[in-house]
Design a protein around this ligand. Structure first.
Ligand SMILES: C[S@@+](CC[C@H](N)C(=O)[O-])C[C@H]1O[C@@H](n2cnc3c(N)ncnc32)[C@H](O)[C@@H]1O
Length: 273
């Protein structure tokens, strides 16, 4: 938050509330909403007035609905789930003020169809708000990205932290094969590398914040984080250094930002208009 908004006191919720206060009454459609936990917070914080969540997994919806029937917080009463494949792009006609997509669009293969669906379902002046992964499709990390990650891991992380939970040494960060990615989850980052270009083709961009993650996402995943202890200042110093290292590479243009927070409006002329 410090790097993105210039202050640790600003977060996505307060930014949206201050910059787009009209959204407090908005009916938002949330794509790939999972169990709706983040949506519940959006409602409780007064960012949106009502949310319809689209989600493919009946299990995630059932979990969200079971929380709903137990808790019945004010936020949950204004959250409704629909089980639907976002790839289909049929979200209705001019029936939402906002489309919200967090960790969502990078799971979508039929991106053009989804973007056309977003345009159609928004009322005039409606917004797409996305917080997502825009990095290489199927995690085919760039050579520059892998070199940066492995330089930091081998040269800047103290040897005592270069071990997994079971005490074994954790080696170099590598690129998974597309086949391994598909076996793990066929929708994971399916066309994420095309997402940023498609956003700019189909939408007028009102906000575009680089959230980073190009190094940190790879560095701080799986076994590599297991020895980090948030209460140890020397461990936090390594994390701070990693954040600064990534920031420097992104701000100098050596690496792009794999994660972004964007607010956009469908173009009135262009591919989908
Ligand atoms: C990374 S999770 C993000 C969940 C939630 N938006 C969040 O940020 O916590 C991705 C979600 O997208 C759902 N999903 C994947 N493909 C989908 C599709 N084609 N249509 C609808 N939901 C989908 C998954 O079931 C999962 O709940």
């Amino acid at each position: 938050m410090r790097h993105v908004f210039g202050s640790a006191d600003v977060d996505f919720f307060s930014f949206l509330k201050n910059k787009y206060p009209g959204c407090a009454q908005a009916h938002a459609l949330s794509l790939c909403c999972g169990d709706g936990a983040f949506e519940e917070q959006l409602l409780q914080m007064g960012v949106f007035g009502e949310i319809t969540g689209l989600e493919l997994s009946p299990e995630r919806i059932a979990y969200g609905e079971s929380r709903n029937s137990q808790g019945q917080t004010d936020g949950l009463r204004r959250l409704h789930f629909l089980q639907q494949d976002v790839n289909l792009g049929n979200y209705g006609e001019q029936c939402f003020d906002v489309v919200f997509a967090k960790a969502a669009l990078h799971h979508i293969e039929q991106l053009e169809q989804a973007m056309e669906g977003i345009r159609r379902c928004l009322r005039p002046g409606g917004l797409l708000i996305t917080i997502d992964f825009f990095g290489p499709s199927r995690f085919q990390w760039t050579d520059a990205q892998l070199a940066a990650c492995n330089t930091f891991w081998s040269q800047r992380v103290p040897p005592r932290l270069q071990h997994g939970r079971a005490g074994h040494a954790v080696g170099a960060i590598t690129r998974p094969t597309p086949e391994a990615m598909i076996a793990m989850d066929p929708s994971e980052a399916v066309r994420s590398g095309e997402l940023y270009g498609l956003m700019r083709d189909h939408f007028d961009i009102l906000e575009d914040f680089a959230l980073g993650g190009t190094v940190l996402h790879l560095l701080l995943s799986e076994d590599r984080v297991n020895h980090f202890d948030a209460s140890d200042p020397s461990h936090n110093a390594v994390l701070e250094e990693a954040v600064a290292f990534e920031q420097q590479l992104i701000s100098s243009g050596a690496l792009s930002s794999d994660f972004r927070f964007m607010v956009a409006r469908p173009k009135t002329t262009g591919p989908c208009a």
